[in-house]
Design a protein around this ligand. Structure first.
Ligand code: IVH
Length: 679
């Protein structure tokens, strides 16, 4: 090699080292510290620069380079590999008493008055063992039967939060670390949407999706799956500085660049364990990933050794499980419900089952194509799921339990309540009754909504009463509620004179309302409580709003073209105008609002998109500032965009804006426009 060439190669090698170190530092900040300092596009830029250099000097490519996460030909099957130390399982506790018993055994076994534990969430994913030799990831294996697992190294290498190389300062020559591979809920939902679009099989839950992804024989497919990883234990640690406690161990693993759950912490004694359990249970539905309990581990490694393990589970650790969010039960019938907007929702009537902390006897099947996708039949055993406040739903059919008599459900061809025809909506997914308020089911739901707490808040007008009022023909629109007398109410079932008078009194009270409540009560499609609030604030009076063209509706924050159109359509319907007039004639009224003055600023009525990192304002600050200046801030560039505000590292939005000839502003130019418009 000529000396010039050698010099260039040395320089490239140096640059490659620098880039790798920089990328690894950003990986560490992002995945371990959860504190990224650069944008995704800047990060991608570093990777591209490294790829380019490595392309020029292929001899400098190493297997742990950040560019080498994905590669290798698809395999026929996974090789079986023996674990150096068996991968243990955990004993489960389902009650505080069982945890107390565990604590007692630990104290007795270790000969201590009180025990310090490390508590952490129990991630609902799959266990994996990672081997690092001389700091480099050399093998990743599934748990298998605990002794022998499957070699899934190629797939695990593609998981961004798994370091290919431990950070500088790693010490163990050989480290066998255990953890959980999982799929965050948002990633799971996105994956299922993609699968659906490609007509491929949907995964029942994030755990199955994670398992299915890790078992892909082609690692390029696995690489596209949004998998993540937390480590929580060590199988083998060959090196001098063995940690003395579980917590120290987690801290060391974190220093080595391995992601550790930030919710892991030391808790002293039984009560603190139980408090931790309650705390995490309350967090459960807010976490980005699914958990099915918490795990307590004796923190002192010495005590762990004294306690040892019995049959495949350590004596020093215990999983304290949360109530299951999924259970199986039998579908007794399938019925179709008609919602306020006419949407027809098939509902499975179930043998009651205790799930997610309550007894559930109905679960939604969403729509006709969902029934088809699940192939659920009457008489089937199904998995139902109730997570947090979400409506219980049917997740899958347990086909092994399908009985001979299981019957297919036929979706009705007309509205089951009013016999009106059915039309398809939203790409044919949603079936809707075309009857409008002629359909007593839609009318009932509309009245219930009208009277609900966040709407006109008519106390004492419960569902049963609404049903009677509609079925008897006394109420055909919400306005009719106000023309009934106490005597007429008293004629209804389970209504005494006293309750009839109370109802009249609460109707009287509800007449005096607010514009946001009134707008919300009308049940305009897509207009929830928050939108009703902003509409009221923006227009100030109902008259202004009724007269607003679609264009000015669209300038309201959070009102997009679809919602603007829905609002306009609603107010254009004679029937709705009549109901509004009638309500006002019955004395429904509200205090005036001073509309938020639409600034005469340069952004009034303008649609603006933001991209890149601005020098002074965060995205959210910039968005709010623009809205205050009268702008409508949108997420994507279209021909209707007036300005693109661009900061450092703009993405594809920039190119698109330029190609459409949209004016691009820097932060200071954006400020200048507003300043200039000041009176
Ligand atoms: S500790 C010896 N900690 O739960 C310690 N396990 O039901 C063994 N799991 O096989 C495991 N989150 O796959 C531990 N924070 C956590 C965990 C956890 C999830 C899984 C793991 C294990 C299974 C046992």
């Amino acid at each position: 090699m000529s000396s010039k060439k050698k010099q260039a190669a040395d320089k490239a090698a140096e640059k490659i080292d620098e880039l790798r170190a920089e990328i690894e530092e950003h990986n560490y900040r992002y995945h371990v510290l959860d504190d990224p300092v650069i944008s995704d596009s800047r990060y991608d830029g570093l990777i591209r620069a490294l790829e380019k250099l490595e392309g020029e000097y292929p001899e400098l490519v190493t297997s742990s380079s950040p560019t080498q996460r994905v590669g290798g030909a698809p395999v026929d099957r996974f090789e079986a590999v023996d674990h150096r130390m068996p991968m243990l399982s955990l004993n489960n506790a389902f009650s505080p008493e069982a945890v107390a018993e565990f604590d007692r055994r630990c104290r007795e076994g270790a000969g201590r008055a009180a025990i310090c534990y490390v508590a952490e969430p129990k991630i609902d994913g799959l266990a994996i063992s990672l081997t690092y030799e001389q700091g480099e990831l050399t093998r990743a294996a599934t748990r298998g039967d605990g002794r022998t697992g499957e070699d899934v190294t190629l797939n695990v290498r593609s998981i961004p939060s798994v370091p290919l190389q431990l950070r500088r300062g790693w010490t163990p020559r050989l480290l066998d670390v255990r953890g959980e591979v999982f799929m965050p809920v948002a990633g799971f939902q996105m994956l299922n949407e993609q699968q659906k679009a490609r007509d491929e099989k949907l995964y029942a839950n994030p755990r199955n999706a994670a398992a299915g992804s890790l078992r892909q024989l082609d690692s390029k497919i696995c690489a596209q799956r949004p998998l993540s990883f937390f480590c929580y234990a060590v199988g083998t640690w060959q090196g001098s500085d063995q940690p003395g406690t579980q917590m120290q161990m987690l801290e060391k693993l974190r220093e080595f660049g391995l992601p550790v759950n930030p919710l892991a912490r030391e808790v002293n004694g039984l009560d603190a364990c139980l408090e931790y359990y309650q705390e995490i249970l309350a967090l459960r539905d807010k976490l980005e990933y699914e958990i099915d309990g918490v795990v307590y581990k004796v923190s002192s490694i010495g005590d762990q050794q004294v306690l040892g393990s019995v049959s495949r589970a350590p004596r020093w650790a215990m999983a304290h499980k949360f109530p299951a969010q999924e259970e199986t039960t039998v579908v007794k019938a399938i019925e179709v419900q008609v919602g306020r907007s006419g949407a027809l929702t098939p509902v499975a009537r179930l043998d009651p089952v205790f799930v997610g902390g309550v007894t559930v006897s109905n679960a939604t099947l969403h729509n006709a194509s969902e029934i088809e996708r699940l192939d659920v039949r009457i008489g089937d055993t199904v998995v139902i799921r109730r997570a947090g406040d979400v409506i219980p739903e049917v997740v899958s059919v347990v086909l092994e339990h399908r009985r001979r008599g299981a019957r297919r459900f036929r979706f009705p061809s007309e509205c089951p309540v009013c016999r009106s025809s059915i039309c398809s909506d939203e790409g044919g997914v949603i079936q809707r009754c075309s009857g409008g308020l002629v359909c007593s089911a839609q009318l009932k739901e509309s009245i219930k909504h009208f009277a609900s707490r966040l709407a006109l808040d008519i106390e004492g007008l419960g569902a049963k009463l609404v049903e009677q009022l509609v079925d008897s023909g006394r109420v055909k629109t919400p306005a009719d509620l106000f023309s009934l007398s106490a005597a007429e109410f008293a004629e209804l079932e389970r209504m005494g004179e006293k309750s009839a008078e109370n109802l009249i009194a609460s109707l009287e009270k509800s007449r005096q309302t607010t514009l946001p409540r009134f707008l919300f009560a009308l049940g305009i499609p897509q207009v929830g409580e928050a939108t009703a609030q902003t509409l009221a604030q923006s227009f100030g009076t109902l008259e202004e709003l009724l007269a607003a063209p679609v264009g000015s509706l669209e300038t309201v924050p959070d009102v997009g073209p679809v919602v603007a159109l829905e609002i306009r359509r609603f107010f254009d319907q004679t029937h709705n105008q009549q109901v509004i007039d009638a309500l006002r004639q019955h004395g429904v009224t509200w205090p005036e609002i001073n509309p938020v003055a639409t600034p005469a600023g340069g952004f009034a009525g303008k649609t603006v998109v933001i991209t890149g990192t601005l020098p002074n304002l965060s995205r959210d600050q910039a968005r709010r500032w623009l809205i205050e200046q009268g702008a409508k801030v949108s997420g994507s560039i279209s021909s209707r965009t007036d300005y693109l505000v661009a900061g450092a590292d703009p993405g594809s939005k920039y190119d698109k804006a330029v190609s459409l000839g949209i004016e691009v502003l820097e932060e200071h130019e954006m400020k200048a426009i507003a300043d200039k418009a000041q009176p």
